[in-house]
Design a binder for this molecule. Structure first.
Ligand code: FE2
Length: 434
């Protein structure tokens, strides 16, 4: 019969667990034995939540135990993994580890860590590997000489980062709830509804940036919430081709600070942990945009790298792109060059005494059609990309819009160029995610 595992909670279970703990200790070589006296004085208190003790049974008989200790940094530590001799080879240790990992997940732990000895405890090492553990830096002191430290990431941290570093982007489906999407869409519609185009009719295009972006309306929008029209919004006579709400290209660029609905969405420990996990030690959000990609007239955004607009030394700008609607080839989804973040920065958009202009830095060509990869995603997907990743989106000629919301963050430790178009000052500083 397979092993069943319970978390010790009542006095009877703790008594059984205590007997296993003593047996485990006696089974160790003399020089590796632990002083169990502090734990044995009151096991229930010693292993109280969020720590835990687990007992495995086979055919009703106690067969093994393990304990989980909880560290303040969100790590769960595996200790005292033991299978009684009579029950070895029956999956007891695996069942104990699975129960422990499940409990760590319930508690929201970042990772499960353990120490073992790769050379001496080969079967244990293989078990941990098969459960997804990989070797890691020491997480604390141990009292034996040849410790092998291992971890299992529960927050996806290591694997997300390694994928991000390999590809230059990440696709995380299901990151935004349907309720959050609805709230953002409703608020964006309200902002557009309140927008009076007769006051300022800014058009957003990436085609000829030396002229169009010198426009005062754009250049002073970094600390405001403004609407920009699609380039094809107007006919030859200057009248809107479609209703106003179907003519706006985007809203930007400080709604993450100034608009209560977008402010609430744009901040929180989940975003903070994600970007820190990707290497931004002091994330600061400089820009937010709500992009409509309107049906039929949704404008193309040509190949570019976001570091062109957010120059830091070293380059750190990281983009969070949230799909608020399904995006595919027909309605102008993102296209990227996988791994293209390892190519140089081609252009820099600068503003100085001479006005705004696009400086050419490097002649590396943009990716060919064959090198471009369509990122077709469902609503609620988060796409994160590196500031040097070449990307573009084609025009939307379909009858379906393709709404998205974006945040651009840089690392506060890097030098933010004073020639970037978007500047914040002490009166309105860029803030982090929390
Ligand atoms: Fe971009």
């Amino acid at each position: 019969m397979a092993a069943t595992v319970v978390r010790a909670q009542g006095s009877e279970e703790f008594r059984r667990f205590g007997a296993l703990l003593v047996e485990y200790n006696d089974d160790l070589p003399a020089d590796l034995r632990h002083d169990l006296a502090p734990a044995l004085r009151d096991l229930a208190a010693y292993y109280a939540d969020p720590s835990a003790a687990f007992v495995a049974r086979v055919d009703g008989e106690p067969a093994g135990c393990v304990v989980m200790e909880h560290l303040d940094d969100g790590s769960a530590v595996v200790k005292r993994l033991y299978t009684r001799h009579a029950f070895r080879g029956r999956g007891v240790a695996r069942a104990l580890m699975v129960a422990l990992i499940e409990r760590a997940r319930e508690l929201g732990c970042r990772r499960v860590v353990l120490d073992t000895d790769r050379e001496q405890l080969v079967a244990a090492y293989r078990l941990y590997q098969s459960l997804g553990f990989t070797e890691c830096e020491p997480y604390g002191e141990v009292d034996y000489r040849h410790a092998t430290f291992m971890e299992l990431r529960l927050d996806g941290g290591a694997s997300l980062r390694s994928r991000f570093e390999r590809d230059g982007f990440l696709v995380v489906p299901g990151f935004v709830s349907a309720a959050a999407i609805a709230a953002l869409r409703m608020r964006a519609a309200e902002i557009v509804d309140a927008f009076d185009p007769s006051v300022a009719a800014g058009i957003f295009t990436t085609r000829d940036e030396s002229s169009t972006k010198s426009d005062e309306y754009f250049l002073t929008s970094g600390t405001t919430v403004r609407c920009f029209f699609e380039e094809e919004a107007f006919d030859a006579s200057g009248a809107l081709r479609q209703p106003k709400e179907l003519s706006i290209n985007k809203v930007g660029h400080a709604m993450h600070d100034l608009d209560p609905v977008f402010e609430r969405f744009s901040h929180g420990p989940r975003f903070d942990a994600l970007v820190r996990g990707l290497g931004l030690a002091e994330p600061l959000i400089y820009q937010s945009m709500y992009i409509f990609k309107q049906p039929r007239i949704g404008g193309e955004v040509r190949w570019h790298q976001d570091a062109t607009y957010f120059d830091t030394e070293p380059s750190t700008v990281t983009t969070l792109w949230f799909a608020l609607e399904h995006a595919d080839r027909s309605n102008g989804c993102l296209w990227v060059e996988r791994g293209g973040h390892r190519t140089p920065l081609r252009e820099r958009f600068v503003v100085d005494d001479g006005g705004s202009r696009l400086e050419r830095l490097d002649d590396t060509p943009w990716p060919s059609e064959a090198e471009a990869e369509a990122i077709e995603v469902e609503a609620g997907t988060l796409v994160v990309f590196h500031g040097l990743l070449p990307h573009y989106s084609a025009p939307n000629r379909s009858a379906t819009s393709r709404h998205a919301y974006t945040l651009h963050a840089v690392d506060g430790r890097a030098l933010y160029s004073p020639r970037n178009w978007l500047q914040r000052d002490a009166a309105f500083p860029a803030r982090g995610f929390v």
